[in-house]
Design a protein around this ligand. Structure first.
Ligand SMILES: Nc1nc2c(ncn2[C@@H]2O[C@H](COP(=O)(O)OP(=O)(O)O)[C@@H](O)[C@H]2O)c(=O)[nH]1
Ligand SMILES: [Mg+2]
Length: 386
């Protein structure tokens, strides 16, 4: 039985996933902020941020760590984590793995999100199980649609519904709201209600699976280690943040350990099988109609020959389907007003007569799928009205 504790971190770019991991490394190493100030600063993932002096409003760029290929620290305002990376910590003979993911709702747009989503799924499937799926968000966030679309809906669609028990909501930047989920709570509740309506999955959102923390103490350490003096009142705030956050981290890990492991490898391959079955359903339907038609022809032929022994053997009639593939994908409308039923050799076929986008090279769209959400990005769709 594997002792590994695997925790996936998900959330919109800039919410603080990378800082969460860097902070965690410091919380493990030092008991208090005062210890951390004199001790060795832990930087697992390099980062760059801008610090503004609270009195003079002067800005300074703070760089920490040695840049790795997957973190582009130089481009301020760009999402940094380009691919999934996991960070392993040894705690009491157990291995705790935090899996950092590229930000969804990326500054580089929807296509990048699709790729990131595929990367995240590929990454999850490497691990036999997940113990926790942490969804990071900020308090007072009115717009949680990216989080909803990718973190909750898409990722969950690829996992077994039982994964809902492993979901933890982690609010970062929570000092400003006195460690309360703020306006994000009703928005999140509404989104979870939508999921329950659409997918019949009730994801819990309660005090037990909600954690409120602030990793500003890590930012303070980075500033301090860069030789910048911070006023003592501010330092006291950071120190309180540290103590509060470390308790929330502890509660989070304890909760995750108690959860049943969520086995990933099976569910992800199951999902691929489901997709294949869905894709095969139309050709299978057409083939069975064809077989049925040919059986009828054989029966008729048999009756004809039996009822009239004198009739000389006719040629047995058979139907076949010839598939002619388009050399490009096409977006069509399935509304009955836009389709025609055509009869070929007595077989009814749907002709998608309305070509919304004759040659549509939108990537990541499944063939033959009606109502694929990704089609919203097709050139045929009016972007403003949807
Ligand atoms: N004050 C404060 N800043 C944070 C917190 N978490 C992250 N940040 C800052 O927010 C920015 C984005 O964080 P990052 O960890 O790169 O986000 P990611 O895109 O989710 O990995 C950085 O400048 C962090 O220093 C937090 O809890 N409190
Ligand atoms: Mg990151």
């Amino acid at each position: 039985m594997s002792k590994d504790i695997n925790i996936l971190l998900l959330g919109q770019t800039g919410v603080g996933k990378t800082t969460f991991i860097n902070s965690f490394a410091n919380y493990l190493e030092h008991h208090s902020l005062e210890d951390a100030v004199t001790g060795e600063f832990q930087v697992l993932i390099p980062a760059t941020f801008v610090y503004m002096d609270s009195l003079t409003f002067d800005e300074r760029e703070i760089n920490i760590g040695v840049p790795h290929d997957t973190e582009q620290t130089k481009a301020v305002g760009e999402s940094c984590t380009k691919e999934c990376r996991s960070f392993v910590f040894r705690i009491n003979n157990r291995t705790l793995r935090l899996i950092d993911t590229p930000g969804l709702g990326d500054t580089q747009g929807l296509m990048r999100d699709e790729k990131n989503l595929a990367d995240i799924l590929a990454c999850i499937s490497q691990y036999e199980h997940l113990n926790g799926i942490c969804i990071l968000l900020k308090p007072n966030e009115d717009r949680l649609h990216i989080l909803y679309r990718y973190c909750l809906k898409e990722i969950l669609r690829h996992l077994h519904v039982d994964a809902k028990e492993n979901i933890m909501f982690v609010f970062t930047n929570a000092r400003a709201t006195s460690y309360q989920p703020g306006r994000s709570a009703p928005v999140l509740r509404e989104l979870l209600k939508n999921i329950q309506g659409d997918a019949q999955v009730a994801i819990p959102f309660s005090k037990e699976n909600t954690f409120l923390l602030d990793n500003e103490a890590f930012r303070f350490l980075a500033i301090y280690k860069n030789g910048i003096e911070v006023r003592s009142e501010e330092k006291a705030d950071y120190s309180r943040s540290w103590s509060y956050t470390i308790k929330e981290f502890q509660r989070l890990i304890e909760r995750i350990i108690k959860c049943e492991k969520h086995r990933t490898s099976n569910t992800i391959s199951l999902n691929e099988a489901q997709q294949l079955i869905r894709k095969l359903s139309r050709p299978i339907g057409e083939i069975s109609t064809l077989i049925q038609k040919n059986i009828e022809l054989i029966e008729r032929h048999k009756r004809n020959t039996q009822s009239n022994n004198n009739v000389k053997q006719e040629v047995l009639e058979q139907f076949d389907i010839e598939l002619i593939e388009l050399s490009y994908p096409r977006t069509v409308c399935t509304n009955s007003k836009c389709t025609k039923v055509i009869v070929v050799n007595g077989c009814e076929q749907i002709d998608y007569a309305t070509h919304c986008h004759t040659k549509c090279y939108l990537t990541g769209v499944d063939e033959d799928l009606i109502g694929d959400e990704k089609l919203k990005s097709c050139a045929a769709i009016n972007k403003s009205s949807g």
